[in-house]
Design a binder for this molecule. Structure first.
Ligand SMILES: *Cc1c(COP(=O)(O)O)cnc(C)c1O
Length: 441
């Protein structure tokens, strides 16, 4: 039974329950955020998704949308929500209109040039607020295949109540991404793991359940944390509202370049808030567990090892949000389709988009564009499509050069000249991580 918890504006705050908890009592948003992973190893989901009020499409910006969509989910008053999100989202979301009714929602205009800035900047403010209210400190542990780490490091640097430890696979991120990860920042330690991203992600989950680390107040900034997913709902709604103004009902198809499936999960939550039923497309690279699961070719949780591809932020063999997504999908009317795109098709799509539309897409965005082509060609989807552009192409100069030759992506990224630190290096074992974290505390 749901325990009513009063939000600051007097409306009932919504509780959160683990995907594995069955009928256990729900916890507050703050408890779910601070814990990251539920004690039983499951992922938190709100027990209810509140409906947006009529007229939400007229909201002027993401902060205004936040004040309509999130107060009960965050257990905060709408004025405070609006203020927090106005402070977090200081950059624009742009829409690029391509040929054949394709509309690209550019989510990479934040400080680290990938969509992770949305979740990370909102989470930093939400966490800092909760910890300050409790006079507590926390160590935020984050596994990164590139973009999450720099977004979290940038968003959390210098906070009074949170320090950050970033785990990344040594040699598994691009040079630009590694420079961003190793920029000197107050309260942020970078740890290079001699393993894969899946190793990093597994180590984070193990560290959370390790009694020897209980004293560190670990928290997670990965998309296992529900507090990162909720802010991401806002740009899905924003895109649907912008394009709804041009099309009678808004785009029927939304394409999400996917790895850990956090962005897709937030798209699904956003559709529930809006009461719309778009066809969601999970666009994957060769790490295609989820498309195979959807096609009935892989069983639930029968994951594979990750493979290195050009769209490296999506090189995930065991998507951490699969458990949450599976729980949501079993209880809803949404249509989710999957497609898998090879490296050769990714490069070809980058060339094609540049030639056809003069549009330079990062490799992840190109996977989305190609996935749409595949599903349109097979007749699985039709009509206008909203595609998410998840990173700025200049973050991946090697791939842009492989597709289009030199000189196309030579744009300096923000912070490119930041002072660098040496990473700490560990083997992919919990014992090695434990030692490292205890020296940080
Ligand atoms: C993280 C990331 C993705 C995948 O998003 P998920 O939420 O993990 O599915 C796609 N593209 C880029 C550029 C990313 O950084």
């Amino acid at each position: 039974m749901a325990v009513p918890m009063a939000a600051a504006d007097g409306r009932g705050a919504i509780g959160y329950r683990s995907t594995r908890a069955g009928s256990a009592a729900p916890v507050s948003f703050e408890a779910a955020m601070l814990a990251g992973l539920a004690p039983d190893g499951g992922l938190y989901l709100p027990v209810e998704v509140p409906q947006l009020p009529p007229g939400w499409r007229e909201a002027g910006d993401l902060a205004e949308l936040a004040a309509l969509a999130l107060p009960r989910l965050l257990g905060m008053g709408s004025a405070e929500v609006s203020e927090l999100f106005a402070d977090a989202f200081t950059f624009k979301v742009e829409v690029a209109h391509l040929s054949r009714d394709r509309h690209v929602l550019e989510l990479f205009h934040g400080p680290t040039a990938a969509f992770k800035d949305f979740g990370a900047r909102a989470l930093a403010r939400l966490l800092e607020r909760s910890l300050a209210r409790r006079s507590r400190r926390a160590l935020v542990l984050v596994a990164t295949s590139g973009d999450t780490g720099s977004a979290v490091a940038d968003a959390f640097a210098g906070l009074e109540h949170c320090a950050v430890a970033l785990l990344y696979p040594e040699g598994g991120v691009s040079r630009v991404q590694e420079r961003q990860l190793l920029a000197r920042r107050d309260g942020v330690a970078a740890i290079a793991v001699t393993g894969t991203f899946d190793d990093c992600q597994r180590l984070v989950k193990e560290a959370f359940l390790d009694p020897a680390l209980a004293g560190l107040s670990l928290s997670s900034a990965n998309s296992i944390n529900v507090a990162r997913l909720l802010p991401q709902c806002l740009y899905h709604l924003w895109g649907a509202a912008r394009l709804g103004a041009e099309h009678e009902t808004g785009p029927a198809v939304e394409v999400v370049p996917s790895g850990n499936l956090g962005n897709l999960t937030s798209a699904l939550l956003a559709a529930r808030m809006a009461g719309t039923e778009p066809t969601l497309v999970a666009a994957h690279n060769a790490n295609d567990y989820f498309p195979r699961y959807l096609a009935g070719e892989a069983r639930a949780f029968d994951f594979s090892a990750s493979l290195a591809t050009y769209s490296n932020a999506m090189d995930v063999g065991a998507p951490s949000n699969f458990e949450r997504l599976a729980a949501l999908l079993s209880a809803g009317p949404e249509v989710v389709l999957g497609a898998s795109v090879s490296d050769a098709e990714t490069l070809e799509q980058m060339r094609l988009s540049f030639a056809e539309d003069g549009y330079l897409a990062c490799p992840h965005t190109a996977v989305g564009l190609r996935a749409l082509e595949i599903l349109r060609a097979s007749g699985a989807v039709a009509g206008p499509a909203l595609l998410l552009a998840t990173a700025r192409p200049a973050k991946f100069p090697e791939v842009v050069t492989a597709a289009l030759g030199p000189g196309v992506a030579d744009v300096a990224l923000p912070g490119a000249d930041a002072e660098q630190v040496e990473p700490r290096r560990i083997e992919p074992s919990l014992a090695a991580l434990r030692d490292e974290l205890l020296t940080l505390a």
